[in-house]
Design a protein around this ligand. Structure first.
Ligand code: NAD
Ligand code: DAU
Length: 369
């Protein structure tokens, strides 16, 4: 194999990580460091197990000795840091893991990276990048107008976004204080293959096809700015290959959707692909459409109203722009979940269903308003 540069991806077995590893393995040697929490799915990358340029390491980013030894052994040219607790609802139930992984874990990883980077020879030192993958939720919530950009002040509202904001600040400080060549990215809501089905789009697809209710929080008026995961992964590659050390780039695909409209779009696609009267789990229940399963449920506490991104800087300086059209991306996503029952069974089994039953008291799925 010709000489490849090495990247260490943290959280590579999660949703965005798996899509990113699949992209990078075409040109890089990829080391995937993942603790394999409930959100990871080993099936997402199972076909890479025997790939000569891929290595999986089962460890936590918060394990300083393991991380330092791994850096010394694998000699990465970049660290792409995605490992995190990522679900807002879980952070409302209990923020402990969010602090341990997103804040403490990122600090430990930064310290290990600093030690490793300090000992690199001059040329490699200048070219090294620590890419920190973060979220637009650190900027808080928008009203009807306006957009988040790189200059928007931080105003995180949920325990999840507070933990991500904290990690962003540590990364920024390690650049400012220690000179570590960091790049921070803040992206809007991703959708596409391999997303864990606690998140809105896969949850709605899988609940609908199983004949379960579709729990829309509050009145369903909240707005999210959706980006197809492959567009985000291309942006991340450009950010570590071309991004300036110390800079931040925000990414979004100009695809604002009101939650309720989006659920109706998912239902319309399913009505076409798997009509209710042909699905044994919905047939004979007096439903004409999957939209008949929609229920308005108790709102998420502190629910941010609207996110929207102005990604002019990334377009201008990284030469990036999104390629996937939302309607075709959503169709591909629905079809992917319907075509991958083994992956879905692995993701939705055991620990996840138990957790859903125990912890979602405030969501009150059953007591539709
Ligand atoms: P995910 O929950 O699907 O995956 C997270 C991965 O991190 C899992 O594989 C998990 O096992 C791993 N992990 C968790 N704790 C770890 C630890 N201590 N050590 C090593 N690995 C650990 O998350 P995602 O949706 O793929 O998000 C990836 C990153 O992108 C996160 O940092 C998230 O904040 C950010 N982000 C996500 C979105 C989105 O819409 N999903 C948007 C913007 C930014
Ligand atoms: O904006 C980027 C963020 O997007 C990422 O940083 C997070 O990791 C990612 O989880 C996502 O956060 P959201 O909270 O926006 O995503 P979620 O899929 O949980 O919810 C999307 C919207 O749908 C939100 O307004 C809440 C609503 N919702 C969600 C679920 C799970 C419902 O109405 N019903 C539901 O069952």
């Amino acid at each position: 194999m010709p000489e490849r540069k090495t990247v260490l991806v943290t959280g590579g077995s999660g949703f965005i990580g798996a899509n990113l590893v699949r992209r990078l393995i075409q040109n890089y040697r990829v080391v995937n460091l993942d603790r394999l929490t409930y959100a990871a799915n080993p099936l997402s990358l199972a076909d890479l197990d025997t790939h000569p340029a891929y290595e999986f390491v089962h460890a936590s980013i918060a394990d300083r000795e393991r991380v330092s030894a791994l850096l010394t052994r694998t000699q990465p040219d970049a660290i792409l840091h995605l490992a995190a607790e990522s679900h807002v609802d879980r952070s409302i139930e209990d923020a402990e893991d969010f602090i341990q992984t997103n804040v403490v874990g990122t600090y430990v990883l930064l310290e290990a990276a600093r030690g490793y980077w300090n000992n690199l020879p001059q040329g490699r030192k200048a070219d090294f990048r620590f890419l920190h993958v973060s979220t637009d939720e650190v900027f808080g919530s928008l009203g009807a107008n306006g957009y988040f950009s790189e200059t928007t002040p931080y105003a995180p509202n949920s325990p999840y976004s507070a933990s991500k904001a904290s990690s962003d600040h540590f990364v920024r400080a390690y650049h400012h204080t220690h000179g570590l060549p960091t790049v921070i990215t803040n992206c809007s809501n991703n959708y596409g293959p391999y997303q864990f089905p606690e998140k809105m789009i896969p949850l709605m697809i899988l609940n609908a096809i199983s004949g379960k209710t579709l729990p829309v929080y509050g009145q369903g008026t909240n707005v999210r700015d959706w980006i197809y995961v492959e567009d985000h992964c291309r942006a991340l590659q450009l950010a570590f290959e071309k991004g300036i050390a110390g800079e931040t780039y925000v990414f979004g695909a100009d695809t604002e959707q009101v939650n309720l409209d989006l659920v109706h779009k998912i239902c319309a696609l399913l009505d076409e692909i798997a009509p209710v009267d042909e699905n044994p789990l919905t047939r004979g229940r007096g439903l004409n459409t999957y939209a008949g399963l929609i229920r308005f449920v108790t709102d998420r506490p502190g629910h941010d109203q609207r996110y929207a991104i102005d990604s002019a800087k990334a377009r201008r300086e990284l030469g990036w722009s999104p390629r996937e059209d939302f309607e075709s991306g959503l169709r591909k996503t629905v079809e992917w979940y319907l075509s991958n029952p083994k992956w879905v069974a692995q993701a939705s089994g055991g620990a996840y269903s138990e957790w859903m039953q125990k912890n979602y008291a405030w969501r009150a799925h059953k007591e539709a308003k």
